[in-house]
Design a protein around this ligand. Structure first.
Ligand SMILES: Cc1cc2nc3c(=O)[nH]c(=O)nc-3n(C[C@H](O)[C@H](O)[C@H](O)COP(=O)(O)O)c2cc1C
Length: 355
């Protein structure tokens, strides 16, 4: 995808202005990004709330939840597909995996151990049983994890922290570090090439534009999509934002931004799942989420740069470079120390429940 996406990340044309006090958007974000104290109750709604805080492609939130006694089902919501950037629903199922892992981690924190079982429909059924509450660092990190699309400060990450991240990913999903200068330069080239191809594709741009929330009024009304200010940048009414987009999102400008972002990061990681199936993609989402929560707990910021894995030819080029031409690299994530940006929103829990 674009450097997630000039309007999300780019030239500060009209920066959202909020005078004294908290804006309605900031209040909504603050109310959203927390784990409620349950006072010992059965936390099904709290678990669904936590699951919705998971990373998900374009923030489409492609999920529905069915609550039964001690059971939650996470179901794909195909009405929220992004067919251009994600024609085979890879990102959709990775997003379900992110929600599943977040839900399981929240369950452990609240004292409910979940046993997941994949459903033939592509969903997941999780049966819960009571367990000692384990509000560990990954649990605490759930409301702090975010996609932070900006420059980081270039500081390296210690070997011990990298080992911790590797351990969090686990054995099912392969993790390839991109740390040394040659590798980083090569990966940067692939991201730039993928990005340029997406920029030149009108269908990609149309789909992306439809999911951009150009100002806080739109973001608050929809509570989904990619709010420009959540990447630290301009807001504008949609009619203006749509007109400005081609001007601020130039091939050259985007290439430079990617290079700066990669340079400022401590490194990047490429995730390759066990199989090219929905089950394999859910496993990738789960592994990424453990990585992201562990990184967040360690004070790191992270952001995807998935351009080289979103097109089959780019993907093959990357797989060949990685020395595993028969496998499908699933995700590209950069990480490092950096600033906090405004957070994204989610739809209310009630809106994602299957009645
Ligand atoms: C499968 C998947 C693919 C994604 N691809 C990108 C990407 O290429 N670039 C990007 O900036 N963000 C990407 N994201 C991040 C989402 O846009 C982000 O999770 C969503 O907007 C919610 O924001 P949050 O992560 O800050 O909660 C991806 C997320 C997932 C799960």
């Amino acid at each position: 995808m674009l450097t997630r996406r000039a309007l999300i990340t780019a030239t500060p044309l009209l920066v959202a202005g909020c005078s004294a006090g908290e804006s309605p958007y900031d209040r909504a974000a603050r109310d959203l990004w927390r784990l409620p104290d349950l006072g010992g109750g059965v936390p099904m709604l709290a678990l669904v709330h936590a699951a919705t805080l998971a990373a998900n492609g374009h923030n489409t939130q492609p999920w529905r939840f069915r609550i039964q006694p001690r059971v939650i089902e996470i179901l794909p919501d195909f009405s929220r597909r992004t067919p251009v950037v994600d024609p085979d629903d890879h990102h959709l199922f990775v997003s379900l995996g992110c929600a599943l892992e977040t839900l399981l981690r929240a369950g452990l924190g609240y004292g409910w151990a979940g046993e997941p079982e994949l459903l033939p429909s592509g969903g997941v059924r999780i049966a819960f049983s009571s367990a000692p509450a384990r509000p560990d660092a990954l649990f605490q990190a759930i409301p702090h994890r975010a996609s932070t699309r900006t420059e980081y400060d270039g500081r390296p990450v210690s070997a011990a922290t990298l080992r911790g991240l590797e351990a969090a990913v686990g054995p099912e999903v392969a993790l390839r570090w991109v740390l040394d200068p040659d590798d980083r330069a090569h990966l940067t080239d692939m991201i730039v090439d993928g990005n340029s191809a997406q920029l030149a594709d009108p269908a990609f741009m149309r789909e992306l534009t439809d999911w951009i929330r150009f100002d806080s009024r739109e973001a608050l009304a929809q509570r989904d999509g990619l709010f420009t200010a959540a990447s630290g940048n301009l807001t504008a009414p949609r009619w203006l934002g749509e007109r400005l987009l081609p001007m601020v999102m130039t091939e050259q400008g985007e290439a430079e931004r990617i290079a700066r972002w990669m340079k400022s990061s401590a490194g990047a990681a490429i995730f390759t799942g066990p199989s090219e199936t929905p089950a394999g993609w859910i496993a990738v989402g789960r592994a990424f989420t453990r990585f992201a929560l562990k990184a967040t707990a360690a004070g790191l910021k992270l952001a995807f740069l998935n351009q080289p894995v979103e097109d089959i030819w780019m993907r093959r080029r990357m797989a060949a470079w990685m020395g595993a031409p028969a496998r499908r690299p699933d995700l590209v994530v950069r990480f490092g120390y950096g600033p906090e940006l405004p957070r994204s929103l989610r739809r209310p829990t009630q809106a994602v429940l299957v009645p």
